[in-house]
Design a protein around this ligand. Structure first.
Ligand SMILES: [Zn+2]
Length: 113
């Protein structure tokens, strides 16, 4: 099957806001079910935030971004998703300087990302 390019409009449709990014990460992260990263227990309930999982055994609450590429992100997730998109469609790749210019971030932020 030929690799299909992901059109920008589809991307914008799919991720119109911060919440849609969080929901996507959540579904990716726990696609095989929840496993507590602290005690290994497999059952959870909804945490304080809508997409967080709270372990029923130890009470540890995990966000969809914890232990992922987006952990401790200093700017909105939506911005990060757009950056990933830009990186994926730009064959030559983008320098951190280009990225920081385009998204109005400091270069340090981009490097952290
Ligand atoms: Zn636990």
């Amino acid at each position: 099957m030929a690799k299909k390019k992901f059109p920008l409009f589809d991307f914008m449709d799919r991720f119109p806001d911060e919440q849609s990014c969080v929901t996507y990460l959540s579904s990716q992260k726990w696609s095989g079910g929840f496993t507590c990263s602290t005690c290994g227990f497999g059952k959870s309930k909804q945490g304080k935030k809508k997409c967080n999982h709270r372990c029923l055994a130890c009470g540890y609450e995990e966000s969809p971004t914890a232990n992922t590429l987006f952990h401790k992100l200093k700017f909105p997730l939506l911005k990060a998703f757009h950056m990933c998109y830009q990186l994926s469609v730009n064959k030559k790749g983008m320098s951190t300087l280009e990225l920081s210019r385009q998204f109005g971030l400091t270069q340090k932020n981009v490097l952290v990302f």
